[in-house]
Design a binder for this molecule. Structure first.
Ligand code: UDP
Ligand code: MN
Length: 732
């Protein structure tokens, strides 16, 4: 039963509630009016548009002279135990490695057959043609950009870097200033967060985007990441030709991309556990750097819009588009006009091609935020894609983070989900990244489905890194040309120099994976290999031979430019050994470090003939000896196995084996079996452990096992590779 006394406070409460509602209504009204009448209020950053880029004078990637440990102490950066419980142990580097020892104890190497072929330095397909312009050409800027001193600074910086390759003395001496200047600043400031300003910014950006490109109808082509089916039969001849041309130019179905809204809605592909996570209010802001070369207009703009749509504005310092000398008409002044009203979007142009790595360095030089985030120019970000990456970097500044990169089908633009619980490894043939499922024991150690995944390498197109850590690590090796190797360089040195590379299961976006890459030109393979050689030489210690043996031909000195500056950088940083990295980080990558590399196995009687294997043909033959083919290379393991060919990824590999009819064959060698074990005897014969017989060359037949009699056709010379790896002397 209610009394009058009890009703009174209720009435008061309702009045109070009405007042509050009226008050909020007025506030809301004011925002709408202010936003409509004064659209440029809010953040000042909205008005920044390049030509006149804002260059941070401390943006130059050259903090090399400090030891990582010193800087960490100075910066008061402390590593935390990675949340998935994987704790890399201390440096147990073992500089006198088994490989050299084995080489020394190894097989006689003094019967090298004469090689009189002209060498091309590498075991790669020679392809003619001009290929890409050299990355060390000077960078030019648009006439308009020349006016800006800031742009000149970047250009001079890049030119100097390119010109000196990476000669240490010149470039590294200016390095200390930036670290000193930033050392007292925190990545974020927690004081006085203005939540009103934040929500005003969000509303402002949405308003601008809605003006330029209103959201499409939910059933419009491609919405929510759906596939767009085009019935080719129904297209006119001209349309078909246009579609084909688009595909050839971009490597994806441009016709379909142009049909899809520039602001299409995307699905939320995060694991369920990620959905409710709240991120701190004071995450550090980031500069998003998007390099492009002749990117399709629709995919480029969709990338920019998806960043603006899915990134909390207070975390977005700027979006820096770096045009790597595109010459497609759609990317000229009309692009500038289109971008002009967009908040925080800047455009930096290099008028001659500097390659992905050079373009990224241009972007870094223009970036002002404490965290750098790199994106490809054909991605679509998803809900809360950025926060997990910034969160980890805020917790531990030596963390390099990358998201789960879902796929956008290059034909129908369907967004498809990829497996999450993978990490990155690398190939021994060209050091390219490949994803590999987490092992059972790694999965068991994981404490939750959302915890970061420690990743030995990252794909490299999309990631975040603290700007000062990036600088401290010496940025990218400016001697890396066009594309490739930079992701592996950064992954290696992050791990070896006290950082971690983490894949974050709660951070998702989608990227167009292409089958052919129109950007790379005809010289792509060679470029990638040259870049890989630089990285291997500088960072991989004794393990580099597992790579070099795969790609270098005998008696050839591979040319990969001057890396002395990078060698010096590594020395100054006092990073851990590559052996440590292999033992503690890339634990599941097959690396037969104690194996002896054999360039070829030469028969003594028929000394122009060498053991020759093929993955397409199980029988092993003897073919004319050739320094330039993989089919004569062999790795002799200390367990007696003879691995055929070049190392690629993980086990199982192809092994030489004696079958029941005593033929020598090659087959997958997942387990050690006696028929796959061989001994190289003092009589120079190759003895099978099971059959106790020797390999003999009988002309016109595949290789067979026969009773060991010591005849010359049973004797073999195991020829180890012989080549020099040199870095150029430091210029003074
Ligand atoms: N890119 C560039 N200059 C180049 C090569 C590539 O600016 O010389 C850009 C390219 O437009 C893309 C990014 O670098 O935004 C990554 O290249 P791509 O997408 O071709 O590499 P992938 O995704 O195949 O690894
Ligand atoms: Mn890409």
């Amino acid at each position: 039963m209610r009394t009058g006394r009890q009703e009174r406070p209720t009435r008061c409460f309702f009045r109070f509630l009405c007042l509050v509602l009226v008050f909020w209504f007025l506030v809301f009204l004011q925002y709408i009016i202010v936003d409509e009448w004064y659209p440029h209020t809010g953040t000042d950053n909205h008005r920044h548009f390049s030509g006149a880029v804002n260059i941070n004078p401390h943006g130059l990637p050259n903090d090399h002279l400090l030891r990582v440990e010193d800087v960490r102490d100075k910066l008061k950066l402390h590593r935390k135990v990675p949340p998935d419980g994987h704790v890399p142990k201390g440096d147990n580097s073992d500089s006198d490695h088994h490989f050299e020892k084995l080489r020394r104890q190894g097989f006689p190497n003094d019967h090298l057959p004469r090689v009189d072929k002209s060498d091309n330095g590498l075991n790669i397909n020679k392809v003619g043609g001009e290929g890409l312009p050299k990355a060390n050409r000077p960078v030019k800027v648009l006439e308009k950009d020349r006016k800006s001193d800031a742009v000149k600074n970047i250009v001079e910086f890049i030119q100097e870097k390119m010109a000196t390759s990476d000669s240490p003395n010149k470039a590294y001496n200016k390095t200390l200033a930036p670290v000193r200047e930033v050392k007292d600043k925190n990545l974020t400031s927690t004081s006085n967060i203005d939540y009103h300003a934040r929500s005003r910014d969000e509303a402002e950006v949405k308003r601008i985007l809605n003006t330029i490109a209103p959201l499409a109808h939910v059933k419009a082509p491609g919405e929510f990441g759906r596939a767009v089916q085009v019935h080719v039969e129904s297209l006119s001849k001209e349309e078909k030709i246009k579609m084909e041309e688009g595909f050839n130019r971009t490597g994806f179905n441009l016709h379909v991309s142009d049909l899809i809204s520039l602001r299409r809605r995307v699905p939320d592909l995060r694991p369920a556990g990620c959905r409710g996570i709240l991120y701190p209010d004071d995450l550090p802001a980031t500069s998003i750097i998007i390099c492009f070369h002749n990117e399709a207009w629709s995919t480029l703009i969709r990338t920019v819009f998806s960043v603006l749509d899915n990134t909390p504005q207070h975390l977005l310092q700027e979006v820096i588009l770096v045009d790597d000398a595109s010459d497609h008409p759609s990317l000229g002044s009309s692009l500038e006009e289109y971008l002009r009203p967009l908040p925080k979007v800047k455009l930096v142009r290099a008028s001659s091609r500097v390659g992905l790595i050079g373009a990224r360095l241009l972007g870094v030089a223009a970036a002002t935020a404490p965290v750098l985030t790199f994106l490809d120019s054909h991605v679509e970000c998803m809900k809360d894609w950025l926060q997990p990456m910034l969160h980890r970097i805020k917790d531990d500044e030596f963390t390099v983070t990358y998201p789960v990169i879902n796929g956008i089908d290059n034909k129908d633009f369907n967004i498809y989900q990829v497996e999450v619980y993978y990490h990155g490894l690398f190939n021994w043939v060209d050091l390219t990244y490949f994803p590999s499922p987490l092992t059972l024991s790694m999965m068991r150690k994981r404490k939750s489905t959302t915890a970061p995944i420690m990743s030995p390498t990252m794909p490299g197109g999309i990631f975040s890194i603290s700007r000062r850590y990036f600088h401290l690590l010496g940025g990218y090796d400016p001697g890396l040309k066009v594309w490739g190797g930079e992701n592996i360089e950064l992954s290696f040195k992050t791990w070896m120099c006290n950082g971690t590379v983490e894949l974050l299961p709660c951070s998702h976006l989608a990227h167009i994976f292409r089958t052919t890459n129109p950007n790379l030109g005809k010289d792509a393979f060679r470029t990638v290999l040259n870049n890989a050689m630089r990285v291997a030489y500088v960072w991989m210690d004794e393990y580099k031979y597992l790579f070099f043996h795969n790609v270098v031909s005998n008696h050839v000195t591979p040319q990969f430019g001057d890396v002395s500056g990078r060698v010096l950088l590594r020395k100054k940083l006092q990073c851990k050994s590559f052996h440590w990295y292999m033992k503690e980080v890339a634990t599941d990558l097959y690396a037969p470090i104690s194996a002896v590399a054999l360039n070829k196995i030469v028969n003594v009687k028929f000394d122009n003939y060498c053991l020759t294997h093929s993955i397409y043909y199980p029988k092993v033959w003897c073919g004319p000896c050739d320094n330039f083919i993989h089919q004569q290379k062999v790795w002799y393991l200390d367990n007696g196995q003879l691995l055929a060919g070049v190392l690629w990824r993980e086990k199982p590999w192809m092994c030489l084996v004696a079958n029941s009819t005593e033929l020598v064959m090659s087959e997958r060698c997942d387990a050690i079996k006696q028929r796959r074990q061989w001994t190289y005897t003092h009589e120079n014969t190759i003895l099978n452990t099971l059959h106790k017989k020797c390999i003999e060359l009988i002309p016109g037949k595949p290789l067979v096992l026969t009773e060991c009699t010591g005849v010359r056709s049973q004797k073999w010379v195991l020829q180890q590779p012989s080549y020099k790896l040199v870095t150029h002397p430091i210029r003074r």
